[in-house]
Design a protein. Structure first.
Length: 590
């Protein structure tokens, strides 16, 4: 038995002898188990780094040996959220997405792809990368974001793109979705990476994953409670015996959090409105407050437009809500639409910057204007339109045709190959504008408008057949600059839309001419386009005739594939423009 220093052992006291047992020394505090695990992980990281360098010796660059310890420390800081211990899965997780370590990408190529992303981010400023940030820093601090940037920027190299996408899919499946609760990667980096992938969606097989990735990002935002002010966020765990850190609660969301939040909101809202789906992440006052704060501080050039992005999208959501129960369900809808149009015009006049100062603002604003026309004139059967709308039909048509004409004048000024930097919002809104313009031009053939010179002049000025041909040629030029013809399906969609438009325009002209002839007491229609001059010529290999038993068409184009329904909706007309994430396709190229 060991006793204190001043008192001997019980055995020595009993024998009345001097105690020669030395008092026990205090035992040193045992190191925490987590510290030993960290030391082992550091050794494994060092070994893995040496292995990766030896395997990647054929690449242009590799991680310098002197930087190994620094990279390891940063990797650990990235991998685990604050207040949690490290796990052995950290190393495996980082190894999955290390494209440089696997020899897929050299440092030089990664730097070029990062620089290309910076240029493209001018059109999608919701994941900002500073000019001083290097590939090495992103690789150490935000490896998933780096992988996403490399993936969307490598569209000119199909082999590299497919290899990077395999790493991306594996990481999303094994780490983001199926990892343990305490091993999830940081929320912000995951959302930023998904945002980059979503914005860079171009090919049809990528469009298949759009809905899955957008809802995954929204789910992470909801779980992390990023969609509300920090003071209203409930802690997800309790640190027993620890001190609560109130810094984040008091400081509010960071600028990167705000940008990511706004980006997800715009992606989800635009897709939901234009494709007529349920918006699962709508506008909120908190999102607009984040945008206002970013525009005020203006850390990056794109921050100055954040408030306009959010406000225009909010107006688009409000306008879309009018169609929730149908036009006929609103007895005062015409007055409400007039008030809303005045509000849009007033907002335009109050803008500090013109609507054409930014590509995204330009497409948003003109989409809003044509949406005003769509909900009153398009995408509904003629017999469901209230009679009082006939009085303003010409006014609405003129408004929509003039708006599209202004947008085209702006688009003609854009530099060539700018489409390589377009994001999915740009593609969806431009597709909507072209589809809506086709519908407006056909709607202008209504016999009741044949004596309205303003409508007819705007209709003739908006030569949609030549406009669609211009877009086809422009996108073909863009597609030739990509090895895998990544943008070719957009020009295919435009080609199908052009055929549909020309056929439908001719049929609508014939039908309108019949009505005019009937009301004028005539028994025949001369030249097939009586009362409508300047019609579009038929497509190659097609001929329209009007025999006694109704209209028939002889053509080498399968018109059943493209449809000739005058009441085809905008979503159906856009068809494969949005791929599987769109409504059932009118133009199925498979």
């Amino acid at each position: 038995m060991i006793q204190s220093v001043s008192v001997g052992s019980s055995r020595c006291l009993r024998l009345k002898k001097e105690c020669y047992f030395r008092p026990a020394r205090p035992r040193a505090t045992q190191k925490k188990r987590s510290t030993r695990i960290e030391a082992l992980e550091d050794k494994i990281d060092l070994i893995m780094g040496q292995i990766n360098r030896s395997q990647g010796s054929d690449t242009s660059h590799s991680t310098p040996k002197s930087d190994t310890s620094d990279v390891i420390a940063k990797k650990h800081a990235h991998a685990m959220p604050k207040g949690r211990g490290h796990t052995n899965g950290t190393i495996q997780r980082l190894d999955i997405i290390d494209a440089i370590g696997k020899g897929l990408v050299s440092y030089d190529l990664a730097s070029e792809l990062l620089e290309e992303y910076r240029k493209a981010s001018a059109l999608f400023p919701f994941v900002a990368i500073s000019e001083t940030t290097t590939v090495k820093e992103l690789r150490a601090e935000k490896p998933f974001l780096l992988l996403c940037i490399l993936t969307v920027s490598s569209f000119r190299d199909d082999v590299l793109l497919k290899s990077l996408e395999e790493l991306l899919k594996r990481y999303v499946a094994e780490v983001i979705i199926h990892s343990a609760h305490d091993a999830h990667p940081p929320h912000l980096e995951t959302i930023q990476g998904l945002l980059v992938i979503l914005a860079g969606t171009r090919q049809l097989y990528q469009l298949c994953r759009f809905s899955h990735y957008i809802h995954l990002a929204i789910g992470i935002i909801n779980d992390a409670r990023m969609d509300r002010p920090p003071k209203y966020r409930v802690p997800t765990r309790l640190d027993v015996g620890g001190e609560t850190d109130q810094t984040e609660v008091e400081s509010g969301p960071g600028p990167d959090d705000s940008r990511a939040l706004i980006g997800i909101f715009l992606l989800n809202s635009t897709n939901a409105i234009l494709m007529q789906k349920t918006c699962t992440f709508p506008w909120s006052p908190f999102i607009e407050s984040c945008a206002a704060d970013l525009s005020q501080k203006c850390e990056y050039p794109g921050d100055q437009y954040m408030i306009y992005y959010v406000q225009l999208q909010h107006m688009l959501e409000r306008m879309n809500s009018l169609t929730a129960i149908g036009i006929e369900g609103h007895p005062d809808v015409e007055q409400r639409i007039r008030l809303f149009r005045n509000e849009v015009e007033q907002y335009k006049n109050q803008l500090v910057v013109p609507p054409t100062c930014d590509v995204l603002i330009a497409t948003q604003y003109h989409t809003l204007e044509l949406q005003l026309c769509q909900i009153t004139l398009l995408d509904k059967k003629s017999n469901t339109t209230p009679d009082n709308f006939l009085l303003s039909r010409s006014d609405i048509l003129c408004h929509g045709l003039a708006s599209m004409k202004r947008f085209l004048e702006y688009y003609y000024t854009l530099p060539p190959l700018l489409e390589t930097s377009f994001n999915i919002i740009n593609w969806l809104e431009i597709g909507f504008l072209l589809a809506a313009a086709c519908k407006l031009v056909i709607a202008a053939l209504d016999p009741s408008l044949r004596h309205n010179p303003q409508v007819q002049n705007l209709r003739d000025a908006l030569d949609m057949s030549n406009i669609l041909e211009y877009f086809i040629n422009r996108l073909d030029h863009v597609a030739k600059n990509c090895k895998d013809m990544e943008f070719s399906h957009y020009s295919q969609w435009l080609s199908a839309a052009k055929i549909w438009f020309e056929k439908t325009f001719q049929l609508a002209s014939l039908e309108a001419s019949k009505i005019i002839a009937t009301t004028s007491g005539l028994t025949s229609v001369e030249n097939g386009v009586t009362g409508f001059e300047g019609g579009y010529g038929s497509a190659s290999g097609s001929q329209l005739v009007d025999p006694s038993e109704g209209l028939q068409i002889e053509t080498d184009v399968n018109l059943n594939l493209f449809g000739l329904d005058f009441d085809v909706t905008i979503e159906e007309l856009m068809g494969n423009m949005g791929g599987p994430m769109a409504m059932p396709s009118m133009f199925d190229f498979r």
